[in-house]
Design a protein around this ligand. Structure first.
Ligand code: PLP
Length: 369
């Protein structure tokens, strides 16, 4: 048994989950999003698991794309934040990247170097107000890029939905409508859907020409987490039930404390035993990436049971109530999330999202690679 917290990665889960994404949007091409170190699983690990299975890989930064090229990945690469300066434009050209252009300053970067980019994605801000041009400027941006000789292979269209994890939210219909209105008269591929939008059925935005090439951009679902926030105790259902976790985080019990009624556990004595019981001390804390703000009651899997976290999370340790696990003993591994305990349930209980838990797993947990 390992003495410390560790993660196991399941590459076949990534490919399985990509197949789920494809079933949700038949005929739609897939940019597998592996930004932020493959959502905490490792950039190269994710690229290796998905290359060949996805139609391309998407990252945020040119630097990530460069690292993938240097590692030998020669497939399609989308750079979601696009060039930050003229040097980045040159890199896009040399490395054969497909940058996203979302801001007027980037048009200046393009003008500053004598290269022509064959494929450019243009991001439209349809209401999220994060990245993207005003849809009313779509045609003007197209003209400007064409005049400078960019887009020989295509100028493509993209937007991002603010509320796709709440499919009924009226913002979705507004954004989809704006996107379709702006992109319809202009040639090029179209891309709207992240994981949540795929689950909502928007892999191909309705209203777009059915012949149009569409791309989705699944991220979190590839790693096995459902994008919608679900109650901690909700049984999985629908396509969510078919996702498999790509990461399992485990740590051993390193001590067991008998508790009397009135015993408290951990810093601040925030949890008090109501009955005789046992606290299992687990070698996983906030320095390992477990959220310190996870309250008592956050689920932890011990054997085949879910036991509640009790007391405050420490730097290298946390405590679980072992009252319902009389056999649990020092040396037994517990699962913090992953197989048998979906990360989104832990996230929900801790008042955060699966994305944050996955991307914050500490380096010291990573398997040697
Ligand atoms: C991160 C990101 C995605 C992937 O989103 P998920 O919710 O993880 O599926 C898609 N598109 C853009 C623009 C992104 O930044």
């Amino acid at each position: 048994m390992r003495r410390a917290a560790s993660i196991q990665l399941h590459p076949e889960a990534l490919r399985h989950n990509l197949a789920v994404a494809r079933r949700l949007a038949p005929g739609v091409s897939m940019w597998a999003v592996i930004k932020a170190e493959g959502y905490g699983h490792g950039l190269f690990w994710a690229a290796e698991a998905l290359a060949g299975a996805s139609d391309g890989l998407a990252v945020s930064q040119i630097g990530e794309a460069r690292a993938l090229r240097e590692a030998g990945f020669d497939g399609a690469l989308l750079v979601l934040q696009g060039p930050h300066d003229a040097g980045d434009v040159r890199a896009c050209h040399e490395l054969g990247l497909e940058p996203v252009i979302h801001e007027a300053a980037q048009l200046g970067h393009l003008d500053a170097v004598p290269v022509r980019l064959p494929t450019v994605w243009i991001k439209l801000n349809t209401g999220m107000n994060r990245l993207g041009f005003d849809p009313l400027d779509a045609e003007g941006v197209t003209r400007r890029l064409r005049a400078a000789g960019h887009g020989a292979l295509g100028l493509h269209w993209m937007t991002h939905l603010a509320c796709a994890d709440e499919p009924e939210h009226p913002q979705n219909a507004r954004q989809l409508e704006r996107f379709v209105a702006a992109a319809s008269p202009l040639p090029g591929h179209a891309s709207v859907a992240n994981s949540a939008a795929l689950f909502a059925g928007w892999g191909r935005a309705s209203g777009l020409d059915p012949e149009r090439v569409c791309w989705a951009r699944p991220g979190i679902m590839l790693y096995g987490a459902h994008p919608a926030s679900v109650p901690a105790d909700a049984p999985p259902e629908g396509p969510q039930a078919d996702l498999r976790p790509a990461m399992t985080v485990q740590a051993p019990i390193i001590a067991v404390q008998p508790l009397e009624p009135g015993s408290t556990v951990g810093y601040g004595a925030t949890w008090t035993a109501a009955a005789p019981g046992r606290a299992g001390i687990v070698a996983m804390g906030y320095a390992d990436g477990y959220p310190r703000h996870a309250p008592s009651g956050t689920p932890v899997r011990v054997g085949d049971r879910i036991c509640p976290l009790i007391g405050r999370v420490s730097m290298d340790m946390l405590a679980v109530d072992l009252t319902d696990c009389p056999q649990a003993k020092v040396g037994d591994p517990v699962t913090l999330w992953g197989e048998g305990l979906p990360v989104e349930r832990v996230a929900r209980a801790a008042g955060t999202i699966s994305y944050e838990l996955l991307t914050r797993v500490a380096d010291r947990l990573q398997p040697a690679r």
